[in-house]
Write a protein that binds this ligand. Structure first.
Ligand code: PLP
Length: 410
């Protein structure tokens, strides 16, 4: 795509500027397409119930907001963040305490923790830190898009591992050829999983840690939804598996557990050599996190954790209401054990439509915005994802509208 025409002073010469090839290799960002469509529908005066993006709608902890305001007024906090600064050290210690409390895994704050400007940033930079042009990254598909887009932007070779209901949304390793494994340098996994909501056992993580160790493959586990769990399920950490720290790292975020998505703070923990390369990559690109946000994150991680329980209870009520409502209208779906998403097949009556076409139908006819399964990769075809990030009254309204337009058999 030509981005700009620049005219010379005389107005004669045209300079054509093109996007870099690496951007052309990226798949279209379907969420932007859905979002533009949503705006179009809204501009016509329609009320859209937005269940498309995983952007939490519940409030951030009050004590975090108060700390942010207080710290934002302090002069020293306006300067660039430094790895050896006081608040930076305190944040890494707070992360180590949080991690020990959640998972019982001990981390060295100085070498086994790297704070991030959101986990998305770290996931993208992991590929940049390790992939050469002929290195392969193994990425389950469907996935949170930065898992594969980060690989493409880094210039690596993407190898999709289909995850479907047939394999329980767990990538199979026995089908990978010896040559592929030899050239593979990175494996991304993520449980509880976005978009499929699948959860994993520690036993599964152990299998992956054992498999990767013999093959010199880095495992990057994206654990963004570790706190959003229901019905007594507890999400394990990859680092709880024996030997996992030798091969892997794990990404966490305050975005989902504490409703602080816009604050941009996540962290990566685990193998110190992998983290060193990640930190080195970042040091050429960013200057870390605003110090006032780091102070607020410390309060968040070490302060009262009842906000997490409250947040999860709200998502559970929404999940129950929405899944029951879908089942009642004839759209059969089970209750997920984790995340605030519902991942579901397009109803059989509409199976002639692609997930993008079905998404458009829901938006245009019902004023309900959802994410098309193919936004998460080709193996998401035939599915859509609801993000339960609207209040119960709005969810009930969405159910009513869906029932009216879909007219499914009950
Ligand atoms: C699986 C997964 N990982 C990472 C992220 C990004 O989180 P952050 O806000 O920390 O960048 C998301 C956001 O939706 C996600 O679903």
């Amino acid at each position: 795509m030509i981005l700009a025409f620049i005219r010379s002073n005389k107005g004669e010469n045209k300079v054509m500027i093109y996007e870099a090839h690496r951007l052309k290799r990226l798949p279209p960002y379907l969420f932007t397409i859905v979002d533009n469509k949503r705006k179009e529908v809204m501009a016509k005066g329609a009320d859209v119930i937005d269940l498309s993006m995983g952007s939490p709608d519940q409030p951030a902890p009050k004590h975090a907001i108060e700390e942010l305001c207080k710290q934002a007024r302090i002069d020293g906090n306006q300067r660039y963040s430094r790895q050896d600064g006081e608040v930076e050290k305190k944040l890494r210690q707070a992360i180590a305490e949080w991690y020990m409390d959640r998972f019982g895994v001990s981390l060295d704050p100085d070498s086994e923790i790297v704070p991030l400007i959101g986990s998305k940033e770290g996931i993208a930079h992991l590929s940049l830190a390790f992939l050469n042009n002929d290195d392969i990254a193994l990425v389950p598909n469907p996935a949170y898009p930065v898992h594969f887009n980060g690989v493409i932007m880094a210039g690596g070779i993407l190898h999709n591992m289909p995850i479907t209901p047939e394999n329980n949304y767990m990538p199979g390793f026995d089908k990978l050829s010896g040559d592929l494994i030899k050239r593979a340098k990175l494996l991304f996994i993520s449980y509880p999983h976005n978009p499929t909501t699948q959860v994993a056992t520690l036993g599964y993580f152990q299998e992956i840690a054992d498999w990767a160790r013999n093959k010199d493959i880095i495992v990057g586990h994206d654990c963004a939804y570790s706190d959003i769990v229901f019905d007594g399920y507890k999400a394990p950490s990859f680092l709880q598996a024996k030997g996992a720290k030798e091969v892997g790292i794990e990404f966490h975020t305050i975005s989902k557990s504490y409703n602080m998505a816009g604050w941009r703070l996540g962290f990566c923990v685990g193998n110190k050599d992998i983290l060193k390369a990640l930190a080195k990559t970042k040091s050429y690109i960013d200057f870390g996190i605003f110090r006032a946000i780091q102070h607020a994150a410390i309060k968040t991680l070490l302060g009262p954790q009842d906000i997490v329980k409250k947040t999860v209870a709200t998502y559970k009520r929404r999940r129950d209401l929405f899944v029951d409502g879908l089942n009642e209208m004839g759209w059969k779906i089970e209750k997920p054990k984790a995340t605030f998403y519902l991942w579901t097949h397009i109803p059989a009556k509409y199976s002639a439509l692609t997930s993008m076409e079905f998404t458009n139908l829901l938006l245009e006819e019902a004023g309900v915005a959802v994410a098309p399964g193919t936004g998460f990769g080709e193996y998401g075809e035939g599915f859509i994802r609801f993000a339960l990030v609207e209040r119960e009254e709005r969810l009930k309204m969405a159910l009513g509208r869906l029932k009216n337009i879909l007219e499914l058999e009950t």
